[in-house]
Design a protein around this ligand. Structure first.
Ligand code: NAD
Length: 355
């Protein structure tokens, strides 16, 4: 049994906690966060709750005491500090806002020898030797003390590029990422009335290549942020030597972390797919079958990616890899089984069938 802690209990941290609770070979010893809120209230109701600081320095004891009092005034029971939690775990999942993980690595995690840690995509690539995707480079993560899960968009890209690579010789891929402006609960994000383009290439190119170097010189991405909270959308154009359209679709079908969305009438929108999934998280990425066109050596298709959810299975697999579980396929299959990904896949493929 792997003993795990989670530091940061926002959009991603909460979802990772739920996913770990469904696994049979890992156990959450506690979660930590910085200030009282409905999220920390929920955490403390279900799991041992510990306190982290926004910054670490000379007055840590005093600041921890102030924080304990503040949580207590809000009726939230705390079990101790993040350092107490670290004493009890093999691995910490850092799900704090971007760049905070780097501070935690230096000021907190480094205090415990041999502690393993998983970081998220908001951190620079240098935070860990391995940036990880379970279906692409699980083997490189085995026994690694630090692993980084790339952004939700890079995770999505790595999944469909892998399925494409399994059946085709791809010379060049261009991905245009239409990014949601903010998560639904993020009232400070945006834009609310604009387009925010990235430079070319966007950071996703380098990130994907760091996981699968075979895309070097072949992949180029750009992105534009738009006023949507539901999902990201990728528009992909690839050149190369492709098998039939059906064979490509089959390869997408066979990927357990992908769903092929057809539809009775037109192309389903992101909002419709959400409704069909009872507005629940979708941890697989969704290929829109009706957008998939093969014209000579050019392949075109579009994909939805639920930003809050697709990185969750990867975090679960990264825990196993980091702590030495050396069977990638078994890890992926356990994660998929306990997260019931097959049910989501079956249900959405039935709601939006391919004729
Ligand atoms: P969030 O703001 O929703 O949650 C972060 C949580 O960490 C908050 O509850 C905050 O109170 C807490 N926190 C802040 N400082 C802390 C500290 N010093 N110690 C402990 N806890 C602290 O952020 P998020 O969206 O969950 O993002 C977390 C990471 O996941 C980021 O690296 C982000 O780039 C990445 N990510 C986010 C998404 C997404 O869609 N939100 C998708 C993929 C990856």
């Amino acid at each position: 049994m792997f003993d795990v802690g989670i530091n940061g209990f926002g959009t991603i941290g909460r979802r990772i906690a739920t996913a770990i609770q469904k696994q049979k070979d890992m156990w959450i010893k506690g979660v930590a966060s910085t200030s009282p809120s409905w999220k920390t209230q929920h955490a403390a109701m279900n799991l041992p709750f510990f306190i982290s600081l926004k910054k670490y320095g000379e007055n840590d004891s005093e600041n921890f005491q102030k924080s304990i009092d503040s949580f207590s005034n809000h009726g939230i029971k705390t079990k101790g500090t993040i350092f107490d939690l670290l004493d009890d775990v093999d691995l910490i999942i850092d799900a704090t806002p971007k760049r905070v993980g780097q501070m935690n690595k230096e000021k907190v995690y480094s205090k415990k020898n041999h502690l393993h840690a998983i970081f998220q995509g908001g951190e620079n690539g240098e935070i860990a030797r391995i940036t990880f995707n379970a279906l692409v480079n699980y083997g490189n993560g085995i026994g690694e003390q630090f692993i980084r899960i790339p952004s939700c968009n890079t995770t999505a890209m790595l999944r469909y590029l892998k399925s494409l690579k399994d059946v085709a010789e791809v010379d060049r891929v261009f991905v245009n990422l239409i990014k949601r402006g903010a998560d639904p609960t993020d009232h400070r994000g945006g834009p609310i009335n604009d387009y925010v383009p990235s430079e070319i290439p966007s950071h996703h190119t380098e990130d994907a290549i760091s996981v699968d170097p075979s895309w070097e010189g072949k992949l180029i991405t750009n992105s534009v942020k738009v006023p949507v909270t539901l999902m990201h959308m990728h528009n992909v154009i690839a050149n190369g030597d492709f098998p039939s359209r059906d064979r490509i679709l089959e390869s997408f079908y066979d990927n357990p972390r992908m769903i092929v969305i057809g539809g009775h009438d037109g192309i389903p929108t992101a909002a419709e797919i959400f409704e069909a999934n009872k507005r629940g998280d979708i941890q697989q990425i969704m290929i829109l079958e009706k957008t998939l066109h093969l014209h000579d050596n050019t392949l075109i298709f579009s994909v939805y990616c639920h930003q809050e959810a697709d990185v969750i299975p990867e975090n679960v697999d990264a825990i196993r890899a980091s702590l030495g579980f050396d069977d990638p396929l078994e890890s992926v299959s356990r994660t998929n089984k306990y997260l019931e990904l097959e049910n989501t896949k079956k249900s959405l493929e039935k709601s939006f069938p391919v004729y």
